[in-house]
Design a binder for this molecule. Structure first.
Ligand SMILES: Cc1cc2nc3c(=O)[nH]c(=O)nc-3n(C[C@H](O)[C@H](O)[C@H](O)COP(=O)(O)OP(=O)(O)OC[C@H]3O[C@@H](n4cnc5c(N)ncnc54)[C@H](O)[C@@H]3O)c2cc1C
Ligand code: FES
Length: 272
């Protein structure tokens, strides 16, 4: 049986500078028998430093490589940012549950992201875009602090031209070059086209404050609690429901999540 604590080696084959503090690391899985579904996460080991959880940002249908979009915040991520192309890191997982994308078929899907939170949502969008006709419409609404902090700039522009896909961006603080909207991401929910909200799916990932106010606004707009999917970021250790580090009310986020619906977490005190 596969040992869940044993990482497989993966080689960094490309590093894409998304923003001054966020990079996408493209990892070659070196032929390992590894796959994931959109929404699941992995544990990345930087040798001699430690490990941390990240949700792949790449398509789950690509098997040879995996992409992780990572913000530099502390010990593991800073060490990772020091590594050059060609370095070997470790991957454990995948852990947790996937997005139930078969339940999104025939519906309008709203993808609401903030900052590096667009990473798992990119993986979800790449999974959905494999067969766009299945979904009534996909709205991508994304906010970053400044224009320089926007991730996947070229991809967002190309997704905009896809039939059935609508992309809207906002920044908290604009500069002279910015021609788009200014304000926190929830302002993008004031969109008169979102008029069938009781049937719509909302998938949300971003900083805790954005998740909180995003959820409040979605509920005000008429989204149903069971249709709001939230990426819960709790401290993780084992990743397999054994240590209790990631507890959120009755749930272990590593095993029952990391994506939980508002219906599941609404009675938990301060779920974010
Ligand atoms: C299921 C799951 C999926 C995740 N997916 C991603 C992903 O795709 N991309 C990504 O960049 N991160 C993701 N994260 C967050 C990521 O795991 C943490 O940023 C990482 O563990 C930090 O490790 P570190 O050793 O570098 O920082 P640490 O040394 O542990 O922390 C250093 C300091 O940074 C602060 N800090 C920790 N995390 C964050 C954060 N997220 N934002 C701001 N400050 C923070 C801590 O409070 C501490 O003060 C995910 C987390 C979970 C639980
Ligand atoms: S990380 Fe150990 S129980 Fe979830």
């Amino acid at each position: 049986m596969k040992n869940p604590f044993q990482p497989i080696p993966a080689k960094i084959i490309d590093i894409i500078e998304e923003t001054p503090t966020i990079r996408t690391f493209v990892l070659d899985l070196l032929g390992a028998d590894f796959s994931f579904d959109a929404g699941q996460f992995v544990s990345l080991t930087v040798p001699k430093v430690g490990e941390a959880p990240f949700t792949p940002s790449s398509s789950p249908y690509v098997k040879e490589t995996i992409e992780l979009t990572i913000m530099k915040v502390g010990k593991v991520t800073s060490s990772l940012f020091e590594l050059p192309v060609g370095s070997i890191v470790g991957i454990r997982g995948p852990f947790g549950k996937r997005y139930p994308i078969e339940e999104f078929a025939g519906k309008e899907v709203l993808i609401l992201g903030g900052g590096v939170g667009l990473a798992p949502l990119r993986s979800l969008f790449l999974a959905l875009s494999a067969d766009l006709k299945k979904y009534k419409k996909i709205y991508i609404k994304y906010g970053a602090r400044t224009p320089q902090d926007i991730v996947y700039k070229k991809e967002l522009a190309s997704w905009r031209s896809l039939k059935g896909v609508d992309v809207q961006l906002t920044v908290d603080n604009a500069d002279k070059s910015w021609r788009g909207k200014v304000g926190v991401v929830t302002i993008l929910l004031d969109d008169p086209r979102l008029n069938n909200t009781s049937e719509m799916i909302a998938v949300v990932c971003g900083p805790p404050i954005m998740m909180k106010f995003g959820t409040i606004k979605l509920l005000e707009k008429g989204f149903q609690a069971k249709n709001i999917y939230l990426s819960m970021e709790k401290n993780m250790s084992c990743g397999i429901g054994q240590c209790g580090h990631c507890r959120c009310g009755p749930y272990f986020v590593c095993k029952d999540g990391p994506v939980l619906t508002w219906e599941q977490v609404k009675d938990i005190e301060d779920p974010f």
